[in-house]
Design a protein around this ligand. Structure first.
Ligand code: ARG
Ligand code: GLU
Length: 716
């Protein structure tokens, strides 16, 4: 009876949901049966094959951090608006503001080269664990183990066949218990085809970010170009459109509650197998510290942005990026509490301990893991906290100290490597200045810096090398006065002042900048950090990593009946589930689909987050939705499902049971943002733009319906 209960406890979640980010190479073994029982109509090798064209040939990692997909035989690429944002901004000018107004190329000659953007595809993948682990023995010192593995990996790479235009990458899985090799190809001639205006592509902006119900048309479109042979090449005017081995047909049929869906892409990082001690540290100590710091910085930025539209334009991208993580951490903290993540971890660890107690060999091998991890997390906690506070206050939220820090390694080369070397590095060290100062507003940063210094000092009390900082503040009459002093006297506050310094002789540049008040303030705290915090972290973190690796391996042995997916690591994964509404609180139920009527409910004329283009309003008034409407005449905008996604899955296609594209992943719901640490099928949902909304916007709003001619539309 007890055994049965335990089985139910651990198997039930697996039956109710198919959480996980699965390795495409292993689908047949690990997932195919379950996926078919959930509704999949394909075989595993339709989704991933090393030998035949498969859906994986349509999926790419877009620009390093997002996902994109091929939706035509001519290399048309779809991704999120927020993934294409930087490229679109680069291509924009005051006269041609594609962020503000959107853009649609009227033909291929109007497709705009997006310099520096990349698209990486997987040619094939292999499990190379056995080779990677050759010569690795238990009890080996960690250093020796790593150097043995590194040697093995170099050998594997050397022995792997690839084409001249391909690369090889090998990544650790399951915390370093397994290794997989990927042969990849990276395209570099990517051209911007079009995007809706921000009022659609970013509708709801930061207020709606991480929230359902959602009404954002978060998509943009590019095209991949290749050399004459269809291989990756740098930009050239006479390059030709890419013809992928596979592209995704697009379904106009829409989704129903309970429909099978899968999301295929490049999730960045998750930590699903941490101990209770580790999760408690994130939720109770680190997240709250980071959130409280960003709270202050964001409020200050928002104040300036609302007063002055020019500041708003300059800071909108920076604000979005700082607030994106801030809001996720906040949701994560709350979710861990509300959904009792720590209790669940405790129960799981108790069951782990119960099981190993009954097996002398396990007890011998694994008995120490949890107690030692608990101790190490306790040991590292004060240092991990300073690290986060230091990084957040000194580097991530203020700009002037981050600029100073950014120059430090170049300035150091003067003494270390000599004047000639110093001169050769000048250009690359200062390359980012023009774009930095273009959007820099010292009055904003001065206010932020005052708040950041105050926060550092508050959190440090009498520790963390804060004494000098506190003395300086006292001398000047408070943190705002200290910040004002720095801004009056620093060369980092404007391009002109910086240029004046940079035009001096090398010795003077170094002398001036190293004595700059911004530089000195940062370097004082940095030296404290380097001397007292970093060494402790460098001592403790590898011990934690080692035990976490062993704990991962132990879980896979002790819970034999459970299937384990490896934590996300920016490699290609498949997650699947169902279109599903959810109930976040008593008596509250969120439906699975939003409509254009909801956009109009949120519409605030002239507001920077909730404005709507005139043309969309008139299309809504006349209900001119064409083939994109539902049977009852409404225009779908977004929907949610139980697919287990994370950052990096932005832009990933949502596919139906037959592999047709039905949506474009771009976010998760508020109550479920903790899913990186604790996926809970009851409330974790991913958010996708309905593909019909994407096509509607291209066709009816953008007037670029000709693009649909090269897509394969599935109507029944
Ligand atoms: N939350 C989504 C993601 O994690 C969307 C971010 C972009 N949107 C924004 N308002 N910052 O990346
Ligand atoms: N918006 C996220 C991204 O840029 C995806 C949403 C998530 O984190 O789940 O990757």
């Amino acid at each position: 009876m007890k055994k049965l209960l335990v089985y139910l406890l651990f198997l039930l979640p697996a039956i109710l949901s198919a959480q996980g980010m699965w390795v495409p190479l292993l689908l047949e073994k690990q997932n195919e049966k379950e996926m078919r029982s959930l509704g999949l109509k394909l075989d595993a090798d339709d989704i991933f094959s090393n030998f035949e064209p498969s859906i994986k040939d349509a999926i790419c990692q877009f620009d390093g951090g997002c996902t994109g997909e091929m939706i035509s035989p001519d290399g048309l690429l779809l991704t999120n608006h927020h993934c294409g944002f930087d490229a679109i901004q680069q291509l924009s000018s005051l006269e041609n503001n594609y962020i503000e107004n959107g853009y649609w190329a009227k033909n291929r000659t109007q497709e705009l080269p997006a310099n520096g953007v990349t698209a990486l595809f997987i040619s094939r993948m292999e499990d190379v664990t056995a080779l990677a682990m050759q010569g690795v023995t238990t009890g080996m010192a960690e250093k020796d183990r790593q150097s043995q593995i590194d040697k093995n990996l170099a050998q594997i790479k050397a022995n792997t066949k690839k084409e001249s235009f391909e690369e090889i990458m090998i990544r650790p899985f399951y915390n370093g218990n397994q290794y997989y090799l990927f042969v990849t190809k990276t395209f570099k001639d990517i051209r911007f085809v079009g995007a809706p205006p921000s009022s659609i592509g970013k509708f709801g902006s930061d207020t709606d970010n991480w929230v359902w119900p959602r009404h954002t048309g978060d998509f943009s479109m590019f095209r991949i170009y290749t050399d004459k042979n269809g291989h990756p090449a740098e930009y050239a005017a006479d390059n030709v459109p890419y013809h992928p081995a596979k592209y995704l047909p697009i379904s106009l049929k829409g989704v129903q509650e309970g429909d099978f869906t899968m999301v295929y892409g490049f999730p960045g990082a998750t930590n699903e197998y941490l101990t209770e001690a580790a999760v408690r540290q994130v939720g109770d100590v680190l997240d709250p510290a980071k959130v409280s710091i960003r709270d202050r910085a964001l409020k200050i930025m928002d104040g300036f942005m609302r007063k002055d539209p020019a500041v708003k334009i300059a800071y909108v991208a920076r604000y979005a990026s700082i607030s994106n993580a801030w809001k996720k951490w906040l949701g994560e903290m709350q979710g861990l509490k509300t959904y009792k993540a720590l209790d669940k971890k405790k129960e799981y660890e108790a069951e782990f301990t119960r099981r190993i107690e009954q097996n002398p060999d396990w007890k011998y091998r694994y008995g120490n893991l949890l107690p030692r991890l608990r101790q190490l997390y306790q040991d590292i906690e004060p240092y991990a906290l300073v690290r986060d506070v230091y990084l957040e206050t000194m580097l991530r939220n203020n700009e002037i100290l981050a600029q100073a820090a950014g120059l430090s390694s170049w300035l150091d080369t003067y003494e270390k490597n000599g004047e000639a070397f110093f001169i050769t590095k000048k250009e690359s060290a200062t390359a980012g200045f023009a774009s930095f100062y273009k959007d820099y507003r010292p009055e904003v940063d001065q206010a932020v810096l005052a708040a950041m210094l105050e926060m550092y000092s508050e959190k440090a009390g009498s520790q963390w090398g804060a004494a000098d900082l506190q003395m300086m503040a006292k001398e000047k009459g408070g943190y705002p006065a200290l910040s004002a002093y720095i801004f009056e006297n620093s060369a980092f506050v404007s391009q002109d002042k910086m240029n004046a310094v940079l035009s001096k002789k090398p010795a003077e540049i170094v002398q001036t900048l190293k004595n700059d008040p911004a530089y000195k303030l940062w370097s004082g705290l940095q030296q404290y950090y380097a001397a007292n915090i970093q060494p402790k972290i460098q001592e403790l973190q590898p011990q934690i990593n080692l035990l976490q690796r062993e704990y991962m391996a132990a879980q896979m042995v002790v819970f034999k009946e459970k299937r384990f997916f490896p934590d996300a690591n920016s490699t290609l994964r498949l997650t699947y589930g169902k279109v599903r509404s959810y109930s976040p609180r008593d008596a509250v139920r969120y439906e699975h689909q939003t409509y254009l009527d909801g956009v109009m409910e949120k519409y605030i004329p002239g507001d920077y987050e909730f404005n709507v283009p005139e043309k969309l309003i008139s299309l809504w008034k006349s209900k001119d939705y064409g083939q994109y409407a539902t049977k009852d005449g409404r225009l779908p905008v977004a929907f949610i499902g139980t697919n287990h996604t994370t950052g990096g899955n932005s832009g990933s296609p949502a596919l139906d049971a037959k592999g047709n594209m039905i949506g474009l992943n771009f976010d998760r719901v508020w109550e479920g943002t903790m899913s990186d640490l604790n996926y809970d099928p009851a409330i974790c949902r991913n958010i996708m733009v309905d593909i019909r909304y994407v096509l509607f916007i291209i066709d009816k709003l953008g007037g670029a319906g000709y693009l649909l001619d090269e897509m394969k539309l599935v109507r029944k």
